[in-house]
Design a protein around this ligand. Structure first.
Ligand SMILES: [Zn+2]
Length: 147
């Protein structure tokens, strides 16, 4: 995977926010699939916020429909000042991404000069619960932190 692909994932996520929500605070997600496809998505608000879903849900489900492995995922939120905040995947999204293995790249906040930093999911989940079981996915079993 090349950095231009990851840059395109970031750009497609920003573009969705700009196109769909030109005048308001809003979020969106984008994912890079193993075949090079980039999927984007966003989530509706609900009357009861308890039933809302993460922006990652739409591209996550579409990747399943397309039978493609997710290799990178980003969620961005444009605040009222117009700044794009990088939202690391929440615990639920980490759990969903875990089905695609410990090497899925997740966007996390970077520095001022590089606002997006890509880290493997295993860096966010160094003690993944499923590795306690003998039948844990092999790719996760080999990612266990031993110290
Ligand atoms: Zn989430």
């Amino acid at each position: 995977m090349t950095n231009p692909q990851l840059d395109e994932v970031i750009e497609r996520c920003r573009a969705l926010i700009q196109q769909r929500f030109p005048e308001q605070e809003a979020g969106a997600a984008a994912m890079l699939l193993s075949d090079g496809t980039i999927l984007v998505g966003t989530a509706p608000e609900a009357i009861n916020p308890a039933v809302e879903v993460c922006h990652e849900t739409e591209p996550y489900c579409a990747a399943h429909r397309l039978e493609q492995k997710i290799v990178a995922s980003i969620c961005l939120y444009r605040d009222e000042a117009g700044a794009y905040l990088v939202l690391a995947p929440c615990g639920v999204c980490q759990e969903r991404l875990a089905t695609h293995g410990p090497d899925v790249l997740a966007a996390v906040p970077g520095s001022d000069s590089t606002p997006v930093r890509w880290v493997p999911l295993k860096a966010l989940m160094p003690h993944y619960w499923a590795t306690a079981f003998d039948d844990a996915p092999l790719e996760w079993s080999s990612s266990v932190v031993t110290s």
